[in-house]
Design a protein around this ligand. Structure first.
Ligand SMILES: Cc1cc2nc3c(=O)[nH]c(=O)nc-3n(C[C@H](O)[C@H](O)[C@H](O)COP(=O)(O)OP(=O)(O)OC[C@H]3O[C@@H](n4cnc5c(N)ncnc54)[C@H](O)[C@@H]3O)c2cc1C
Length: 489
């Protein structure tokens, strides 16, 4: 007799078969292209064609898209192999927030999708029965993605400094397991995540509190230490629910959500905005429309997922306190008293789930670029009623996600550095962070880079065309007709 799991995997061809199919698909499509950039050396070492900072989903997708076009990228990530990004480190949701059928980093290849990977192992029935993708399984898929695309990823390599230069190279100073190393690349992609150009957004008051009494929801924290404690939680977004639920499941005595608004948003406008027009057309919208759309989505706020909210509300000791912005916080012994317009709350620990912000000062690795990067606020004035700090601080990028100089001529190497993380959204739309359109963004970046490399090296390519000598005809395929006799037609 077969068990339900056995029945469901009976029609699962397995990963080996999927990988064979992927190889076949790539062969049919003539992917990857042959390497075509001229080799370069500097200070006795090979110059990398592209260096990517960050081996999370965005970095992996760009590295693969570049490889398909015959451009070699080396990815540097400070995390241990297989632990890149938030999925098995700081994320606390049970499942992804996105629907399971999104094709994410697959770059248009059916055999590279999460669904293909899942069905290969567990079968179609299990796929039909799956509600949303379990968070840790998404990480397993990314680990497989990295393996089957044969990407060059150097883990435990922390990029300490990105140095734009005037000689068409970018230098990286990297802390490696074997000490400090210097590498040179023709172009660099910053794929360093949701907080890639900044940090957790914290209310000023947090900095005055003893550090052992609070955490941001994106901090690494053992939630078992909250057992028996009265926990306050500022915020009501997806991560707030994940943190609240994790604290409750770890045995917190109570969790009070302090919610500034008088109600939770119900509609995810960001999800509703997604269509191929936005993916491919946002970049070319007039500035005022870009701003208006992004500001509207920001102002409406994204509701926490249904399942994540139920994961909290099913606990009797979870309380949703609306209309409770922070007014003041007192330290009382080894706890905190939080004052709000609705009254005061005593907590043993406070979690701030207050999002992320662009703050170059929090990213010392970009200290040499930061003063030169043109932000939207440097050339665009928000229309009346649409002030938005996140948008104002967003980098004003070029069509290949490249940074642009605030004062032309002051940092000429800056445009060799490409921003492929969430802050690119105001210029490019949401194609550089979230799952839905990550392949579109990665292809845009890879194709744009191919074009930049080609025009930069045009003399080399022209010389190659001139030197190209592979004959199509050998001269023996025909016999020249004799000259016609005079008077004969
Ligand atoms: C909790 C959480 C849940 C999310 N859930 C969803 C979801 O369900 N659906 C969805 O579409 N999106 C979701 N997102 C948004 C987005 O998909 C994720 O943030 C995703 O991880 C973005 O991928 P990334 O490659 O841009 O960044 P990351 O996955 O964060 O990868 C960035 C990498 O850069 C490395 N790095 C950073 N700085 C350096 C440096 N100086 N040197 C070397 N390495 C460096 C880091 O180690 C990290 O591995 C979620 C985000 C979070 C935070």
């Amino acid at each position: 007799m077969t068990t339900p799991t056995e029945q469901s995997t009976q029609h699962a061809p397995g990963l080996e078969a999927l990988e064979a199919r992927l190889r076949q698909d790539l062969a049919w499509l003539e992917i990857p292209a042959k390497s075509w950039l001229p080799a370069q050396h500097h200070e006795g070492q090979p110059v990398l064609e592209v260096a990517i900072i960050g081996g999370g989903m965005a970095g992996l997708t760009v590295a693969t898209a570049l490889k398909h076009l015959g451009i070699a990228a080396v990815v540097f990530d400070r995390s241990p192999a297989g632990y890149e990004g938030p999925w098995v480190t700081t994320a606390r949701m049970e499942t992804l927030r996105s629907p399971k059928q999104l094709t994410g980093p697959a770059l248009g290849l059916p055999a590279l999708t999460f669904r293909a990977w899942f069905e290969a192992q567990f079968g179609l029935q299990a796929w039909d029965e799956l509600d949303k993708i379990p968070r840790t399984q998404w990480m397993d898929y990314l680990r497989w993605y990295r393996k089957v695309n044969h990407l060059q990823i150097l883990n435990e390599h922390h990029v300490l400094q990105v140095i734009p230069r005037t000689d068409k190279l970018v230098e990286l100073d990297i802390e490696t397991p074997n000490g400090r190393n210097k590498v040179f690349a023709r172009r660099v992609v910053i794929a360093s995540g949701r907080d890639g150009l900044g940090r957790a957004h914290l209310p000023e008051i947090a900095y005055t509190l003893p550090r052992h009494l609070w955490a941001h929801s994106s901090d690494e924290l053992d939630y078992n230490t909250l057992k028996g404690k009265r926990v306050g939680l500022v915020g009501a977004g997806a991560s707030a629910m994940d943190s609240a639920a994790t604290a409750l499941e770890a045995g917190a005595a109570s969790v009070d959500l302090l919610i500034r608004r008088t109600d939770l948003p119900r509609i995810n406008k960001g999800k509703g905005s997604g269509n191929p027009g936005l993916t491919h057309g946002h970049l070319n919208l007039p500035d005022a429309w870009k701003w208006q759309i992004r500001h509207y989505i920001n102002a409406q706020q994204v509701p926490p997922p249904h399942g994540s909210t139920l994961r909290v509300s099913k606990h009797a000791n979870a309380r949703f306190n609306f209309g409770c912005p922070l007014e003041r916080i007192e330290v009382l012994g080894d706890g905190l008293r939080v004052h709000t317009p609705k009254g005061s709350f005593d907590f043993d620990f406070l979690i701030l789930s207050t999002g992320f912000k662009i703050d170059w000062s929090a990213r010392p690795e970009y200290a040499l670029l930061a003063p030169h990067v043109r932000a939207w606020k440097d050339r665009f004035t928000a229309p009346e009623g649409q002030a938005d700090q996140e948008l104002a601080d967003s980098p004003d990028l070029g069509p290949v996600f490249e940074f642009q100089e605030k004062h032309p001529g002051e940092c000429v190497g800056l445009s060799r550095i490409h921003c492929f993380c969430y802050p690119a959204a105001l210029t490019h739309g949401t194609v550089s962070g979230d799952i839905p359109a990550i392949s579109d963004g990665a292809k845009r970046l890879a194709q744009g880079m191919a074009s930049l490399f080609y025009s930069e090296d045009v003399e080399h390519h022209y010389a190659k065309i001139q030197a190209y000598e592979e004959p199509e005809l050998f001269g023996d395929e025909w016999v020249p007709a004799p000259a016609p006799l005079p008077g004969k037609a």
